[in-house]
Ligand binder design. Structure first.
Ligand code: PMP
Length: 381
């Protein structure tokens, strides 16, 4: 099988991740923060170590402000529903994934908040100046995706971050696709809330993600309950991360994320990005020569993540993905990729695109095989 759906969840997982997860069952089997015995303390130490290293990777100030979640969707809900209050206004980019768009629309449908969408251009990029123009007195949050899961377009987040620093309106960034692949520095880029997924470019296991919140921001906890601390009080404790991590946390997932950080360190993030972009570039170059293929790529040199969306003649993207799998053993994602807004921007709504997303385990040889298959398909239909 040729796996080119790394934007949905990278596969296979690196040896460092597999080892770390397996090791967690043996050496970190206890519930952290719930016992004073060695196994529990060792587990708590491992969790703290991964928390610190992940905070460092994204240029956060304080590891205690990094909360582990089940993924980017939970992190986004936690930030949006915890931070926003009745009457607030939110400005969001027209490239947001449903992980952001749906909770915002849910709050808006209830009459709690109002929103403005900053439309992206036909290549899937937004202009930070459009955010500035949309600010009102009630604006309490700016939301800007980092890398698009549909076009790969990397948004000028630092530009929106500058506006956030100038106005004091916090900026939430969805880095589900970019964390691990692209450099992120919350302090330098002016990011207030960072939403992370562990299972994509971080190469970690599914079911683990994180939310980083800059010091000073106090969203209400979305979930309350047992934290292993202050148990005599009925109120949720004020200390982070416990305040937002009620219940037993995903220890094997966190251990696996620790393995991901080892993997990234060993591979070298700059090299990894260069390699993945080279695969995406060679793929796009080859695909552009196949008759009937429409690529959704900018003609200029704006920054991109290693994925390519396309359509093949008038073939439905779902059918193309089905045939690639059935006839050639090629795994890719088709349709709207949970991001209808982006397809509206690039003109592929409502049928969507076929998406090829590249990772460490892909090879140039695989790229050639996939181009061969696409060429065959394009002549058949
Ligand atoms: N945001 C973006 C840009 C994504 O691509 C995804 C996953 N498709 C998500 C959020 C949701 O991530 P998770 O599955 O970790 O909740």
């Amino acid at each position: 099988m040729i796996f080119m759906d790394n934007a949905a969840g990278s596969w296979p997982k690196p040896a460092q991740v597999r080892r770390a997860v397996a090791n967690s069952f043996q050496n970190y089997g206890a519930n952290p923060g719930r016992g004073a015995y060695r196994l529990s303390l060792d587990t708590a130490r491992m969790v703290y170590d991964v928390r610190s290293r992940l905070t460092e990777l994204v240029g956060g100030e304080d590891p205690e402000r990094l909360i582990f979640t089940s993924g980017a969707t939970t992190a986004a809900n936690l930030a949006l529903k915890g931070w926003l209050r009745p009457g607030d206004h939110v400005i969001y980019s027209g490239m947001e994934h449903n992980a952001i768009y749906r909770p915002l629309k849910q709050l808006e449908d209830k009459g709690l908040i109002s929103t403005d969408c900053i439309e992206a251009d036909a290549d899937g990029y937004i202009d930070p100046d459009d955010f500035a123009a949309a600010i009102r007195d009630e604006t309490r949050l700016l939301v800007c995706l980092h890398a698009s899961n549909v076009t790969g377009s990397v948004q000028p987040v630092a530009g929106v971050g500058k506006l956030s620093k100038k106005t004091g309106i916090p900026l939430l960034v969805d880095a589900a696709q970019s964390a691990g692949a692209l450099p992120i520095n919350c302090r330098e880029m002016g990011i207030s809330f960072l939403v992370l997924a562990g299972h994509k470019a971080l190469y970690g296991p599914p079911g683990i993600g994180a939310l980083y919140a800059a010091p000073g921001l106090e969203p209400e906890p979305l979930i309350s309950g047992g934290t292993g601390s202050h148990s005599h009080q009925w109120q949720q404790p004020p200390e982070w991360p416990e305040r937002h991590e009620s219940g037993t946390i995903n220890v094997p997932g966190i251990a696996g994320l620790g393995g991901s950080l080892d993997f990234l360190r060993d591979a070298g993030p700059e090299w990894l990005l260069e390699f993945e972009l080279e695969l995406a570039g060679k793929f796009a170059e080859g695909a552009s020569l196949i008759p009937g293929i429409r690529l959704y790529l900018p003609q200029d040199e704006r920054p991109r993540a290693p994925l390519v969306s396309l359509n093949l003649n008038k073939m439905d993207p779902g059918e193309a993905a089905f045939l690639l799998d059935r006839d050639y053993g090629i795994a890719v994602r088709s349709g709207l990729h949970c991001t209808p807004l982006a397809h509206q921007a690039i003109g592929s709504f409502p049928t969507g695109t076929v998406r090829f997303s590249f990772g460490y385990f892909n090879t140039l040889r695989e790229v050639k095989t996939v181009l061969f298959a696409l060429n065959k398909l394009s002549h058949k239909y």
